[in-house]
Write a protein that binds this ligand. Structure first.
Ligand code: GTP
Ligand code: MG
Length: 478
């Protein structure tokens, strides 16, 4: 095992002023999380008890070099801190694969327990998704609360979700995760099977089991209700989206690994005041902002939920409708943190999730523009490697604004452009058409005459059709 220290310097940096309010809300929310829900009497529920305080991390390192293993644990530490816990220590064990019974090798369990006790930890967090029985067995042997990476990420999402849809999506994911992990459920099942084999059966059923069955039924009902609600909210969003698609204003989705600087870039390219925070999963609700290209064409940007390695599949499923916004965009700006220890791993995790979301869709993914951010903080060696691997990427810093104008130009170049050039004399009574040309098209010449606005503009076909009756016959220009 190698020892690993979490660096408290990583946690607190300067807090930008944007979004302070949302941040304050979130802190308040964090304090009361887990106190009030419709399921308060489901006491065995894992996530209700996730009030992490002092934690020790443990990971199994199966492949790659030790830098990968340490980076992975460093990320787990940041996730744990994001969830509000204090990281005391971390251990990685090298093994071909996790132990089927106790995740880390059974011989190491004692070592883990000694370390946790000596540090005064109350919780162990494992860097992977453990089976319900692995969790239980490890917990029984270290005699401390054990949770896995999936539960941790679910907890963070639960703390951060603020929209009604986001909250419902997270709760659905949590309930799905929790269902097979209701405490005692495993034993109850085996007791039942064993009892039947022994010809007993009835005596094997305790009152606790009845309670579990009730809880399970209630959870199933709640899951069904949430699914219905999410479905309805998704339809409402779909309507909004098709209205947006109908407007022909191109949409750019900003996606990428959590904390890569997606919201900062959105602010840098549009001057929008979106919450930026040195915390994982600061953004959980997609926000759409208007912007303009350097040549004055309007466009919209959608900021999205950050991705993370091994994003729990329950979450991918629950957030599918939100993530699909990415797939409907005209351009996908994929932001990667150039100052990360292994940026290429961020890129492949994000692409994996995107593939998972879009694999059963008819429409292909929009073109991807890879943006390496935080170049002010990245090492020259890593940047050189990234330039070599991704020759088409744009290198920027949202902080120093280096490369931002270039990025705006590259986005502009990658977007679909209105095609037809029209020359029209629009009477002043039809001002709304002139407004639409400004909004959706590209004005080449504009002149206010006695009879109306003379416009030469590049517009989309539907607007060209609307302008046809005012078209001015001019000799074709070359
Ligand atoms: N040094 C440096 N830091 C940056 C840069 N861009 C963003 N950051 C910092 O990185 C952190 C995360 O930025 P956000 O914009 O919130 O990142 P995000 O990708 O939206 O994160 P989530 O919404 O949490 O997934 C903040 O502390 C930013 O100040 C940059 O160009 N250079
Ligand atoms: Mg963000």
């Amino acid at each position: 095992m190698t020892n690993f220290e979490s660096d408290p310097e990583l946690v607190e940096e300067e807090t930008p002023s944007t979004g302070d309010l949302a941040l304050a809300d979130r802190v308040a929310l964090r304090r009361v999380a887990g106190l009030s829900t419709e399921l308060t009497d489901v006491t065995e529920v894992e996530y209700r008890q996730l009030r992490l305080e002092r934690v020790v991390l443990v990971g199994v390192w199966t492949d790659g070099d030790s830098a990968y293993a340490e980076a992975s644990l460093a990320e787990l530490a940041r996730l744990a801190e994001t969830a509000g816990s204090e990281v005391l220590d971390g251990l990685v064990q090298r093994r071909p694969r996790p132990d089927p019974a106790t995740y880390i090798g059974s011989g190491k369990v004692r070592e883990l327990r000694d370390l946790a006790v000596s540090q005064g930890a109350d919780t162990i967090i494992c860097d992977g998704e453990l089976s319900p029985s692995q969790l239980r067995q490890l917990e029984e042997r270290v005699k401390l609360k054990v949770i896995d990476r999936t539960a941790l990420i679910l907890d963070i999402f639960a703390q951060h979700a603020s929209s009604r849809e986001g909250k419902a999506q997270v709760e659905l994911a949590q309930l799905q995760y929790m269902l097979p992990r209701l405490r005692g459920w495993g034993e109850a099942m085996s007791r039942q099977a064993g009892g039947r084999l022994a010809g007993g059966g009835i005596g094997g059923r305790g009152p606790g089991e009845t309670k579990l069955e009730t809880d399970r039924r209630r959870i199933h009902k709640r899951i069904a209700k949430l699914r219905r609600e999410i479905n309805l909210m998704g339809q409402a969003r779909q309507t909004k989206r098709s209205r947006r698609l109908g407007s022909t204003t191109p949409n750019v989705a900003i996606a990428g690994y959590t904390n890569a600087g997606k919201s900062s870039l959105l602010n840098a390219v549009t001057d929008a005041g979106v919450l930026v925070e040195d915390a994982l999963f600061a953004t959980l609700d997609p926000a759409t902002r208007r912007g303009v290209t350097p040549d004055g064409r309007p466009l919209t940007f959608t900021d999205t939920v950050g991705f993370v390695r091994h994003l729990p599949h329950q979450l991918v499923e629950a957030f599918r409708s939100t993530l699909e916004e990415v797939a409907d965009a005209d351009l996908l700006v994929h932001v990667v943190d150039g100052s990360d220890a292994v940026p290429t791993r961020q890129v492949s995790s994000v692409r994996d999730v995107l593939r998972e979301i879009t694999e059963d869709r008819e429409n292909p993914m929009p073109p991807e523009l890879l943006v390496v951010n935080k170049i002010d903080q990245a090492s020259e060696v890593v940047l050189a490697e990234l330039r070599h691997l991704f020759p088409d990427a744009v290198f920027v810093s949202a902080h120093t604004r280096e490369g931002i104008e270039d990025l705006r130009q590259r986005i502009s170049d990658a977007l679909p452009r209105p095609g037809d050039v029209v020359d029209a004399l629009v009477p002043y009574s039809r001002g709304e058409l002139v407004a639409r040309v400004h909004e959706e098209g590209e004005v080449l010449e504009e002149e206010h005459t006695d009879t109306g606005t003379r416009l030469r503009a590049r517009v989309w076909p539907n607007l060209a059709a609307a302008l046809r009756e005012f078209a001015v016959d001019v000799p074709a220009r070359h």
